[in-house]
Ligand binder design. Sequence first.
Ligand code: ATP
Length: 754
Amino acid sequence: MYLKSLELLGFKSFAKKSVFDFTSKISGIVGPNGSGKSNVAESLRFVLGEQSIKSLRGKRGEDLIFNGSKTIPRSNRASVKILFDNTKRFLNIDFDEVAIERVVYRDGVNQYFINSSQVRLRDIAELLSSANIGSSGHHIISQGEADRILNANIKERKEMIEDALGLKVFQYKKQESQKKLQKTEDNISQVELLRKENAPHIRFLKKQVDKVEKSIIMRDELKKLSLEYLKRESEYISFTKKKTEKAQKAPQDELRTLEEKLQRAKEILSKSSKSDKKSDELITIEKKLTDIRTQKDTLIRELGQIEGEISGENRRIEKEKENQKIIENRTVNYNELNKVAEQVYSQISVAEEKNNISEIKNTLRSIGSIIKNFIAITFSKDKDTEIYYNEFENLKNKKTKIDKNLANILEDESLYNERYSILKTKIEAEKDNNREAEREIFSIMSHQSQLRATLDKFESIENDLIHKEQDFEMELQEATVLVGRAALDYDKYNLEESLEEIVNEGRQTQEDRRRKIEKIKIRLEEFGGGSGEETIKEYKEALMRDEFLENEIIDLEKSARALKDLIKNLEERLSIQFNDGIEKINKEFQNFFTLMFGGGEAGLSVIKEKKRKKSDINILSDMENNSEKTEEDEDEEEGIDIFISLPHKRTKGLVMLSGGERALTSIALLFAMSQVNPPPFLALDETDAALDEANSKRYGDMIENLSKYSQLILITHNRETMSRAGILYGVTIGSDGISKLLSIKFEEAVQVAK
Ligand code: ATP
């Protein structure tokens, strides 16, 4: 016996705690209509995890909770607890007693407990499925549902039978495996997608890595070439530098000497600027001489003139002296004298008449003037001889002066002439010197320009070397960047040639090397900078990840295969056990059917029906239109069909059966199922309601037989059935609307049931 007790609290009409102790193999529950018996059967379904409230005659979870009555307030929760004896471990849990409890609250929340530990519904379902008391409820037949198995469709029927055969656990496993398989396949797809997504990146990285590897080889070559190039270049530069410095020394020295010479020559020439002063002086002297000569000429001319004048004047004086002698010896004419005597007498006569002295004096003065004028006119000279003398003296003085000036001028002339000739001689001498210096300057300068041209060449070589040095520095820097610090050790690079060979090999060869280096650099740049370590690392990581994913796929595929195998295995087991079960059920079904109907035939057959995905309406319209069905619309569905053939009747098929015949057929099938794979308990709610007396007896016999394998809880009004029960519970309901429980005797039970 597995079922120990059932405890209801707040469940439907069982407001108060009511406990059924199932101490007998057959427990009967009796009571008047509406007392709450069916609530007991429902409480069993409820506690075992029934999810359809409708099948528990409710709309909401709340409907399962005691709703209160006039005298008793409503409950807040309904709980049902079922207690199993698990000493035989029929439940796959390591407890001797297993209490399964379910609680529902008014807000519809459900709680499940196994041995007071809260669990999930799934845990309960799994636990029970192993014990053949699955959720299809084939072992709890509610009131009026005796023929449920007959009414069910082929698929539901199959499920019920699978459940009854204890195959649900395989179904669960199968479903679980299918889910796992689905998940695994999803994972495979995801991982494959990931690999697919990663593949271009890996390909890209591979290319990059190839490039990096190539670039490593090129870098090595670049390093070797760069070191050789740098070494050669540095040797060339330092050699050429020294050579140029050395070669410049002689022309530089010579240029310096020439410069000194040039300075000297220039000094000579600069002195010639002083000779210019001499020339100026010479010109001044020349001018002076010209002046002097002009003055001299003028004086000579003046002297001639004066001397002429003097001799003329001399002649005049001599002539005057002769004229004087003539005038002094002149004879006066009487008339002239008489004229004068008359003028004098007239005046004397005038004077005689005057008394005034002053007037007489004036007359006397007039007489004197008359006489003076007479003498003057009579003995007049042409010019005064004295004037001639004066003039003569004057001219003599002038001549003396001119003579003196002339003498001075002549003296000046001779002085300047002398200075002129000295200066002239000096200038001539200097001119000779300058010409020599000029010649020298010209020669120095031409030599200098030759030397400068030579030095210019050296300078351009040096400039070229400066550029080469700058280029070298840049090349060294670049090389350091590209091949690392090793480039700085170019000097240690071993060249097998001698220095002479190195510097004389010709620049073109070195230029070719440089071009080759440049080409490699360009190619390296095309390959992208950097050492590529990151790329290689990334590539390795990507490969590792891809490998990981590949292994993952292998693992997943392995587990998918294992799951498929498992599913196949389960399906095979299911199929074998199912077919085997069907065979066994058929046997028992036939037995029970024959027992019930005294003959006839009954059996189950596995059939395949085409399942339609479209709605019934569509199916109907399809049928009406007689339209062709596409393959997509159809899917085969396996199920169980029942065939029966009543004895002495020609009726075949379930639809033709009477109510009683349906009840008997379903009981026969139910019992057959229970016989083949007995559930721990069977609850039958008025399954016997439609039976007549004779059949009630047969039913009672079958029950007793069945109770050898399963514990039975029978809700019944049937006296015969009651008589087979080892323990009877009476359920009553009072005016308070609460179902009450009482353990009663058979006789009482008959009473109570009424
Ligand atoms: P019959 O013999 O006629 O089949 P029964 O004994 O099987 O009757 P049930 O159908 O189990 O009776 O019980 C029905 C009773 O339970 C009704 O009186 C109903 O009012 C009561 N009932 C159902 N749900 C609740 C509830 N949530 N709260 C209180 N009472 C309830």
